[in-house]
Design a protein around this ligand. Structure first.
Ligand code: ADP
Ligand code: MG
Length: 389
């Protein structure tokens, strides 16, 4: 792969290239908690965005992506670069934000290949942003602070692309580690790396559906959470986000919320507790306890937060009755996209076969399944070649 990408780069741009990669991610537990300043537990996966990069003599960025078979250009000295509402806003937005933060970038040619499926909830966007950001900084001889890089990439997606995302995706693309899950406090950005048991596999199943209402409902959920905080803060002045509310406080103040607001808040408050319990389970190597929490998380998202859909529910239900399964749940924003499954490794091949068959029979959709490894965050492959690693 590395050699092939360098060849492709040379054919398109001429000259040698350095290689970088940053991973997609899957969230094991902690859904919709990020914008409530709570806890999430993602894993960086072994599907990456790859960037081959070579410096230019001028101050232009020329970016080609194989996945969309298109080239975009930006002048780093030009008048304020504007978003075009296309794929190139992701990499160019990162360059713009890096420069605004005081990093003077060199002109460069970039050749991009993404392995993370686009728009499936596995965060191809953060993989693209972080790999490009890291590659641009290193090519320009700048120091790299991974927390700053994650924050700048998130800002690029919020401000330049115009997508309202939390910090989880970019943080995971920067800080993931092989064999580890990452428990992140979305308020303080403190994180812990937790060991995944050796004998379990992570299997992502893509429903292959994406329902239209996803983005409206997402905005509505954010509003519902903010409204709950406003109401609760009137009597609980230390509450600034649902992260600050305990189950006991929520029950005591249930009357201040409408039934729907109460349900939404209950999901967030209990989900934060589940992430903490899940961390304890992982630390103890207890896949069974972890899997139970995944099941509870799914039911809470389905019944209280109401962001699941029939395809996700069917897929989780089919997965949960397979031999060797510890836990299954929807992952990502909901209304389609993927489920994540924790499966005893010796059962993983059979699991994939049976689940694909049963889901197809039930829904008519051909699911896509990925057996993943928890992998390392962004890295320079050039450095490992150079240093003989
Ligand atoms: P997700 O991050 O879950 O894959 P998003 O909607 O956040 O979904 O981001 C997907 C978008 O990111 C794509 O539609 C495309 O514009 C852009 N993108 C991601 N990876 C690539 C790539 N390798 N080449 C070009 N565009 C990409
Ligand atoms: Mg994304």
């Amino acid at each position: 792969m590395q050699h092939e990408l360098q060849t492709k780069f040379r054919e398109r741009f001429g000259g040698p290239a350095n290689l970088y990669r940053a991973p997609g991610r899957v969230n094991l537990i902690g859904e919709h908690t990020d914008y409530n300043q709570g806890f999430v537990m993602p894993v960086a996966i072994d599907l990456s965005c790859w960037v081959a990069i070579g410096p230019r003599d001028d101050r232009k960025l020329v970016i080609y992506s194989e996945d969309v078979d298109a080239t975009a250009e930006a002048d780093l000295d030009g008048e304020a670069v504007r978003p075009t509402r296309t794929w190139s806003d992701y990499p160019i937005g990162v360059a713009v934000l890096l420069q605004q933060a005081g990093h003077r970038l060199r002109g460069a040619n970039l050749y991009i290949r993404g392995e993370v499926p686009l728009g499936s909830g596995l965060s191809s966007s953060a993989a693209l942003e972080v790999s490009v950001g890291y590659a641009l900084l290193e090519t320009s001889g700048q120091d790299i602070d991974l927390v700053q890089l994650a924050l700048l990439c998130q800002r690029a997606e919020n401000e330049f692309v115009g997508a309202r995302c939390g910090i989880m995706d970019q943080f995971t693309a920067c800080h993931g580690q092989a064999g580890r899950a990452l428990m992140l406090d979305c308020r303080s950005l403190d994180y812990r790396l937790l060991p995944l048991p050796d004998h379990v596999s992570l299997i992502i199943c893509n429903t292959m559906v994406k329902h239209e209402l996803a983005s409206n409902e997402y905005n509505l959920r954010r509003f519902e959470c903010e409204e709950s905080v406003r109401r609760l803060a009137k009597v609980l002045p230390d509450v600034h986000a649902l992260r600050d509310v305990t189950v006991k406080q929520l029950e005591e103040n249930r009357g201040r919320l409408t039934p729907v607001l109460y349900q939404r808040a209950r999901h967030i408050v209990t989900e934060n507790e589940r992430v903490q319990a899940a961390a304890v389970a992982l630390q103890a190597g207890n896949a069974g306890a972890f899997g139970e929490l995944m099941g509870e998380s799914h039911r809470s998202l389905r019944d209280d937060y109401q962001v699941s859909c029939s395809e996700l529910d069917v897929l989780v239900e089919i997965a949960s009755r397979q031999p060797g399964v510890y836990g299954a749940r929807m992952t990502g924003g909901g209304f389609g996209g993927c489920t994540i499954n924790l499966v005893a490794s010796e059962h993983s091949a059979e699991f994939k076969k049976q689940v694909a068959y049963a889901y197809h029979s039930a829904t008519g959709h051909e699911p896509r399944l990925y057996l993943c490894q928890a992998s390392q965050g962004v890295q320079s492959l050039w450095a490992s070649q150079r240093d003989g690693k």
